[in-house]
Design a protein around this ligand. Sequence first.
Ligand code: 5GP
Ligand code: ZN
Length: 143
Amino acid sequence: SVDEILAAMIAREKIAPPACAAGGRAKDGRKNGMDCIFCKILRGEIPSKKVYEDDEIYAFYDIEPKAPVHILVIPKVHLSGASAVSDENSGVVARIFEAIPKIAAGLGLSDYRIVTNNGPDAGQTVSHLHFHVLAGGKLGEMA
Ligand code: 5GP
Ligand code: ZN
């Protein structure tokens, strides 16, 4: 059935769960993004300040900026982080890296840093793949 196909795709992280799935039929909340903060932002359940959006990606201002300009760029599909990127889903990462220069140019930014933290020891606090775009001044050295 269509439902089974959808459930299988959600389980394989191919698509984000629809808003109507918020009642909770899938079992693994982490995998399907049911109680993922960024999936809630995507579903409009948590407000965010949008910078850019298309059918595959969403960009918004970080709630706790670590630079004068701090934007998060995320795929609409729930991927837990960089380690969940595979040959099956890496297209969206390319889309994100195509969008970032456009977003930056639109904000008049020529210089910026792109960061993604993978895993708690690296500082990842939200298990939904996201790229920090930091800009708007001289940034401290990091890597
Ligand atoms: P991480 O620490 O996982 O690399 O990055 C997560 C980022 O998400 C942090 O910079 C944090 O400030 C941001 N963040 C967490 N919750 C929210 C939220 O509800 N709204 C927005 N706009 N940013 C958030
Ligand atoms: Zn998510």
